[in-house]
Design a protein around this ligand. Structure first.
Ligand SMILES: [Zn+2]
Length: 415
């Protein structure tokens, strides 16, 4: 057994880097903050904090704000992260579109483009579409801002290996096998590049900039064309042993249910994904039951989730029954999540989040009837905060890395 590694010390340089990252992270998380409080929170002595803050100020990563709250004596100078000191590029590849954004250190979208894309026939199409979007984003940045770029983050549906930068299992709509997307994009643009599943990127966005800020343990379930999500454990994204954690749409909520493409039976996705909801509504409409949804356009297949939500909101019995069924299946999955990892909060994101309290109220009620006493008492269910979470989260992959080692400056010249 290699006991030597367990007891190895940390050299001076590593300690310095870690202290710097800790100070930077605390300024971000709790700023504006005074130097004296930074010393108190980190346990570092005042001289060390002063040195680190001087370095961060010189690199324009933090800035002083004069918003002291003290009424007597000298007002302390507070420190904040300078959100525009660095920028990242985020890309989100969806089934039939690509979204690209330039995002700052506060998660704010500086520039955003979205356009139809695909079909993703092979790796070559993926790569050329990604390169085109990165080129378009770079073109709007002045040269000085290009030098502030930290990296590129890419999110896509399917099972992505974050650590290898490749697909483990591509989504059903394309053959991306063998494409080392992260490495190809990094080589093309000379920037650190990251590639992750878009459930994970959305979760990361909510953790850093959205409804999950400051929450150490939470889950996000995204409900759109598919059902996905991510888990935050002990304040960071939980990826599991093989980068496959967070397949929340494939929890079975019905042992006797139909077979899912994943191999399991009665997966959550088969009951609550938007195409499934619309199919259930169409099937119910064929029975002749009166409904607000029985308009001409809807019969022609133009029915949308928003039509169903507004009909349910207006008291339509058929739409209400379908949403109640969705709520029951969702609640069953949430109870499994509660029992498995005791999160502080569960967030619902993407399209179904637009149902708001029409969904949340019955789900909360159902969870109260199913979950263990302690867990249901603490249970919190909210809608996610960021409509642009997939692309902001993709950019956050690079932001997150930067906060772990903010200096020395690793920026490179971008072609
Ligand atoms: Zn499944």
């Amino acid at each position: 057994m290699a006991m030597g590694d367990t007891y190895r010390g940390i050299n001076h340089r590593a300690v310095k880097l870690r202290n710097r990252a800790t100070v930077f992270r605390i300024v971000r998380d709790v700023g504006p903050i005074a130097r004296v409080d930074l010393a108190r929170q980190t346990g570092l002595n005042a001289a060390t904090v002063t040195n680190i803050v001087d370095e961060l100020l010189a690199a324009h990563l933090v800035e002083e704000t004069g918003q002291g709250k003290s009424r007597v004596g000298r007002r302390p100078i507070f420190l904040e992260v300078n959100p525009t000191a660095r920028l990242t590029l985020g890309l989100d590849l969806a089934r039939d579109s690509i979204t690209g954004a330039i995002v700052d250190l506060a998660g704010r979208v500086v520039e955003r483009f979205a356009e139809p894309a695909g079909p993703w026939l092979d790796g070559g199409v993926v790569l050329s579409t990604v390169e085109e979007m990165v080129g378009r984003l770079l073109a709007v940045l002045p040269a000085s801002d290009r030098r502030a770029l930290l990296g590129i983050g890419i999110g896509a549906p399917g099972r992505v290996s974050f650590s290898s930068g490749r697909y483990l299992a591509p989504p059903a709509y394309g053959a991306w096998d063998g494409l080392a997307l992260r490495q190809e994009v990094a080589a093309r643009f000379g920037l650190p590049t990251f590639f992750d599943n878009n459930g994970n990127t959305s979760t990361l966005a909510e953790l850093w900039f959205g409804a999950g800020q400051g929450i150490a343990n939470f889950a996000l379930i995204t409900v759109g064309t598919g059902v996905g999500g991510g888990l935050v454990v002990d304040g960071d994204l939980y990826r599991g042993a093989h980068d496959l954690a967070g397949e929340l749409g494939h929890m079975s909520v019905n042992l006797a249910g139909p077979r899912c493409a994943c191999g399991n039976y009665g997966c959550l996705e088969m009951y609550v994904a938007v195409p499934r909801i619309l199919a259930a509504v169409r099937a119910a409409l064929t029975t002749g039951e009166p409904s607000l949804l029985r308009a001409e356009g809807h019969a022609a297949g133009a029915l949308t989730l928003d039509d169903v939500i507004s009909a349910a909101g207006a008291g339509d019995a058929l739409a209400g029954r379908i949403l109640a069924d969705v709520s029951r299946h969702l609640a069953a999955a949430l109870v499994n999540l509660l029992h498995a990892f005791d999160p502080e909060l569960i967030l619902i994101g993407r399209d179904l989040a637009r149902a708001g309290s029409l969904l949340l109220a019955p789900v909360r009620q159902e969870v109260q009837q199913r979950a263990m006493a302690m867990l249901r008492e603490h249970f919190r269910l909210e809608v996610a905060a960021l409509p642009d979470a997939p692309v902001i989260g993709a950019a956050t992959l690079a932001v997150r890395e930067f906060f772990q080692a903010p200096l020395p400056d690793r920026r490179k010249i971008v072609a």
